[in-house]
Design a protein. Structure first.
Length: 473
């Protein structure tokens, strides 16, 4: 589609600049071609004239040999008369410049004997050419050549036909250049507009997209050209933005929902204390509950901050060489009482010593979340195992395997979203931030958290980390 531009805006457009380039390149190429052709024509025509003059000189030297200087003098007059006295002239002179015979010279009176060229000729002993102007406008080609030992012929031809040809050539050149510039500007503008039509469509679509109208997409032509690629990439970007915007909205809803319950609880407790509390102990109990709820809330807010900062690459992690085996063992030790309490068989077997480049506190947090979940969602009498192994030479895999309820395949990716909790887990305490935090931390370490789960049979959460081939320090 064609857009109307204001003049200063028009000069800034790619269309205008490309058209200018196109016209410039086209015109310069045409100009170079014309100039080359012009010089070729000039040198060819001059070559022919020079040849003609040299032939005259050899004719004169033959006559001097046969009939002497008188014969040559006669030939000068006859030849000039025959060809036209304005077209050609002949002068016979001695090397010192003294003229002893010539054709009729009234038209050629401006052409004097050039002593400097004569000296050159005497040195070269062959011939010398010169170009002069007669009658202000007319160009003439002049030859100085020896026709006998001490006799020089100065002869000149008017370059009349050549001048006419070259003038006509210049006229054609001017007209052709005007046409070429006009044509290249028009065709350039047309081609560029046609090529950039897709960009206009993308611009229009971008203008139509507002926060609430993210559904719009640029039509893809399927031609697989650059603009089709651009449209495709633009649409992919819109898909991503749409997903992000809806996840931000969803997250906002979730945050509001998850913060509402504890705040309502705190308010309820305070209200009850105000209405019913009579002793110091009542107020103490309410204060203790409030602190507990606030700690929970602060914990959630801090976790959310860690996740978003880590995702934004501003984690402030302190990476160092970490003995992962020790870290796993120490974390497992902390969970033994919990497992005993829940009557779950808990084993932790890490045979080798593995080193990773990690922020130990964050890594502990990610790993603990996985073990905590396994113990939390596995029923009494179940089993939880922790294993670690080096996979394909590059990654360290820490697996937390449980014999719990497993996870419905529909939710297996969603459980990594912030605040997502499966319906069946609502009775267990939790915030829905444990797995997103674990995955964000793992990804910030160059690894990931993956899940394999069969509902009814249990789950395997695998924390992968790039393996570090450190030696013990
Ligand atoms: P939280 O445990 O605080 O609810 P998480 O982000 O750690 O939050 O886990 C999200 C959800 O994934 C849980 O609510 C639960 O539904 C599910 N889940 C996590 N770990 C397991 C597990 N080992 N077995 C079964 N379900 C699990």
């Amino acid at each position: 589609m064609y857009y109307g531009y204001r003049m200063p805006d028009l000069f800034r457009t790619i269309s205008f600049r490309l058209t200018l380039w196109y016209t410039g390149i086209f015109s310069i190429s045409a100009c170079v071609a014309f100039v080359l052709f012009y010089y070729l024509a000039v040198s060819t025509l001059q070559g022919q004239t020079d040849q003609e003059l040299l032939e005259k000189a050899s004719q004169f030297s033959a006559v001097v040999q046969q009939d002497g200087l008188r014969g040559a003098s006669n030939l000068a007059v006859i030849e000039a008369q025959a060809a036209g006295e304005k077209l050609i002239f002949f002068r016979l002179l001695y090397p010192n410049g003294e003229v002893f015979a010539s054709s009729h010279m009234s038209y050629w009176k401006d052409i004097k004997v050039n002593q400097h060229l004569l000296d050159q000729l005497v040195k070269k002993k062959s011939h010398v050419f010169d170009t002069r102007t007669v009658d202000r406008t007319q160009k003439a080609r002049i030859l100085y050549a020896f026709v006998a030992r001490n006799v020089i012929l100065q002869t000149g031809i008017a370059m009349d036909a050549q001048s006419r040809f070259l003038n006509a050539f210049k006229l054609v050149f001017g007209v052709a250049m005007a046409f070429i510039i006009g044509f290249s500007a028009l065709s350039g503008w047309f081609l560029v507009r046609k090529a950039l039509l897709g960009v206009d469509t993308i611009t229009r679509t971008a203008k139509q997209i507002t926060g609430s109208n993210l559904q719009k997409r640029v039509p893809e032509t399927g031609s697989k050209d650059e603009l089709d690629h651009l449209a495709n990439t633009f649409n992919q970007m819109l898909d991503r933005i749409q997903t992000l915007v809806s996840s931000v909205r969803e997250m906002g809803d979730n945050i509001a929902h998850d913060l509402k319950s504890p705040v309502t609880r705190i308010r309820g407790m305070a209200e009850m204390a105000m209405i019913q509390g009579s002793t110091m102990d009542d107020f103490h109990a309410v204060a203790a509950d409030t602190i507990e709820e606030c700690d929970r809330l602060l914990g959630m807010i801090n976790t959310m901050l860690v996740i978003s900062r880590t995702e934004a690459g501003e984690s402030g992690f302190h990476f160092q060489q970490v003995d992962a085996t020790r870290m796993i063992q120490q974390a497992c030790d902390l969970f033994i009482p919990v497992a005993e309490d829940r009557q779950i068989r808990f084993t932790c077997s890490v045979a080798h010593t593995f080193y990773v480049n990690a922020d130990i506190k964050m890594l502990q947090r990610a790993f603990s979340n996985l073990v905590d979940n396994a113990l939390k969602y596995t029923d009494k009498g179940g089993q939880v195992m922790v294993q670690a192994r080096q996979k394909s030479g590059e990654n360290l895999e820490i697996q937390v395997i449980d014999s719990g309820p497993g996870i419905d395949p529909r939710f297996q990716e969603r459980i990594f979203e912030r605040f997502f909790r499966a319906e069946s887990s609502r009775n267990s305490p939790g915030t829905g931030l444990g797995l997103p935090l674990a995955r964000t931390i793992a990804q910030a370490h160059g690894g990931d958290v993956r899940l394999k789960s069969t509902p009814g049979r249990g789950s395997v959460f695998t924390l992968t980390l790039p393996y570090c081939n450190f030696q013990v320090i």
